[in-house]
Design a protein around this ligand. Structure first.
Ligand code: RET
Length: 285
């Protein structure tokens, strides 16, 4: 049963029950959608950079960093999926590398991508909003500290999702503590940011908070996904809906927390630039 050691549950499904054509393809497609969205986002952030006043442009630059790293790592993640399983024509299902396992599947590329992107996404908002009470450097350092530790502890925990549920739960719980700290900091940044800015900009900032909450909570949902779909059901079978559900959740989370969030920050910066008298066309001549 535990012949694959610390491998994640996708591999156990691919070893025992096999993966149906539909589940295999849906996963491959949603992974492709993920990196395609990052490349599209990359162009958006480059092409809109001059639409905001110079002091806000670092936010667009950080989105460019996020898009580039996410594009590359998600591309690798999609290849990892395709290399891990092969179609068995006799049984009509996909199985782990036909007995000659070259590549197991692991979500690690994602986690390491977050190690770059989580601090960037958190820093990004600090270049658009103005803090009225808190200290910029202190918030930035706390974002960096808790954001990175949240990712690293979760990365370790995900190896244990099949073989050691207590380790999986403990690392997940430690990660959650850092996550809560990040949420508290972000709430503070957003509420201070609303002071003294025009009403339309306040509304945009409100939408950023809602989007942030929903999209960031999807990640722990995906961590738990195989268990939510009954990894340990009575017959001891693993469930492929958890595989598809997890990659779909990660993709929706990635597109919202990186691309849509960046777009909303651009909109906010445009509103603030306008209220401060910045005119893109005047600046160009
Ligand atoms: C983990 C482990 C289980 C507990 C918690 C987690 C939270 C992860 C989050 C990730 C956010 C990632 C982002 C990436 C964008 O590029 C690590 C899954 C709480 C919140 C925003």
């Amino acid at each position: 049963m535990e012949i694959l050691g610390n491998a994640t549950f996708e591999n156990y499904v691919g070893l025992q029950d096999g993966i149906t054509e539909m589940a295999f393809q849906m996963t491959a497609h949603v992974l492709t959608l993920g990196y395609a969205a990052m490349l599209a986002g990359l162009f958006y952030f480059i092409l809109t950079i001059k639409s905001v006043a110079p002091k806000y442009r670092i936010s667009s630059v950080l989105s460019v960093v996020v898009m580039t790293s996410a594009f590359l790592l998600l591309y690798k993640q999609a290849q990892n999926w395709e290399n891990a399983f092969t179609f068995d024509a006799d049984r009509g299902l996909y199985f782990l590398g036909a007995g000659n396992i070259a590549d197991l599947f692991n979500n690690g590329y994602r986690y390491l991508n977050w190690l770059i992107d989580v601090p960037m996404l958190l820093f990004q908002i600090l270049f658009v909003v103005s803090l009225t009470k808190s200290n910029f450097k202190s918030i930035r350092n706390q974002f960096w500290f808790s954001g990175s530790l949240m990712v690293i502890t979760g990365y370790i925990g995900q190896y244990y999702e099949v073989t050691n549920i207590s380790a999986f739960a403990i690392w997940g719980a430690i990660s959650t503590v850092f996550f809560i700290h990040v949420l508290i900091l972000m709430r503070r940044v957003i509420s201070e940011g609303k002071d003294g800015i025009p009403e339309n900009a306040q509304k945009t900032l409100g939408s950023i908070w809602t989007l942030f909450l929903i999209s960031w909570f999807l990640y722990p949902g995906a961590y738990l996904m195989p268990h939510l779909f009954g990894l340990f059901n009575e017959s001891g079978l693993y469930n492929e809906s958890g595989i598809v559900g997890r990659q779909m959740t990660y993709t929706v989370a990635d597109v919202t927390s990186k691309v849509i969030y960046g777009v909303l920050l651009t909109v906010l910066a445009q509103q603030l630039s306008k209220s401060e008298g910045y005119d893109q066309h005047a600046a160009r001549t």
